[in-house]
Design a protein around this ligand. Sequence first.
Ligand SMILES: [Ca+2]
Ligand SMILES: [Ca+2]
Ligand SMILES: [Ca+2]
Length: 406
Amino acid sequence: MINRRTHLRIETLDRRVMLAGDVQIEIVEDQLQILGDSLDNRFAIEQVSRRVADGIRVTPDESTSINGSKPGLPVIIAGSYQNAFARLGGGNDEFKWNAARHRTSTVQVETGEGDDFVILENLRSSDQLQFSNISGEDHLSLSECRFDRGIQAIADGGALDVTMQNVHALDAFIEIDDIKGELLRSSVGISDTKFEGFVRIDSESGPLDVTVENTRAASGYIKIGDIKGESSRSSVGISDTKFEGFVRIDSESGPLDVTVENTRAASGYIKIGDIKGESSVSRVGVESKLDESDNVSTILITQSRFIGDLQIDSDSSTRTRLSDLRVDGRTNVDLGSGNDSLAVLDSLFAGVAVFRGGTDLDVRSDSDGSLELDVFVLGGNRFRSEVLIDQWEEVIDLDGAPVANH
Ligand SMILES: [Ca+2]
Ligand SMILES: [Ca+2]
Ligand SMILES: [Ca+2]
């Protein structure tokens, strides 16, 4: 998650020292108010002591002053507060807040223009975190935080990298809205986190990379909307995670690489829409085309279980590999148009399982061509399970298939 942007910031640091930005910070009634200016503001705040009324210590870097004092000079602001808001203004700001588990209510952060870094640690909020970016490539990092009423992070006109580690929240809504002009890549990395409700990640703009690890949520919905202009690859990786309800991954753009590993959900739905520009790809030589084309999406699901249904729909070329998978409900894999490949290994489908290659050239194989379709149905299952791969008009009647010991 630490990427090229970090390096860029270091390179440009020297130039920023010349401009001393100022931040106005005060505690008014029960509100901590932080107002940056249009320059770069780089500062950290922390509780002075365990006594809330002792207030906060603000430590700026040498390019930033607090309340008009000497740049680089730490300042203590006394008073207790419940709500907090920070408006960082223009410039490339860096705001780090270690709240030492001090309980707050609403926390609002507006980063403004520029490429901004916001790092929140040990925050305990009985309300919601509201984060917004209007332009630039921002980074929001949350660790050891709790938000009783959830997290809302909106980038309306900029990109956003979000990392959450060891966070507990009612729910999370991360939305990257339409970015005009250039395609900016956003990312969301969630680990060791618990959402009582949903986690929803929505990019209506540039490509998106999502990783979810060792996390629990009532439901998950990751959506990559229609991205104008050139096609750009997105990715979703989910591992060691449990969804009480559904997990849905939806791309109207593409291509998309999906991996789901050691994960459990009530139901799963993966949908990959039509990828523009694909029609120019030659359909000659299926195997090599599947390996070499930039437009092929991949769906890899392994060591996972869906208590209910699993549905996969793709309207573009997709390489799908399901292994060590168990689906208790109905399985419907519809690879649609595009040149697809399908591998199903050591998996158990307790309900009806239907696999369709759709139109164009499809292979029932892994990329190395060595695949065996290996499908089990539960003994005594009253459904008739079947595997349909349209390209070959092949129907495998599994009534007599072996009973798996999953
Ligand atoms: Ca600023
Ligand atoms: Ca800013
Ligand atoms: Ca910004």
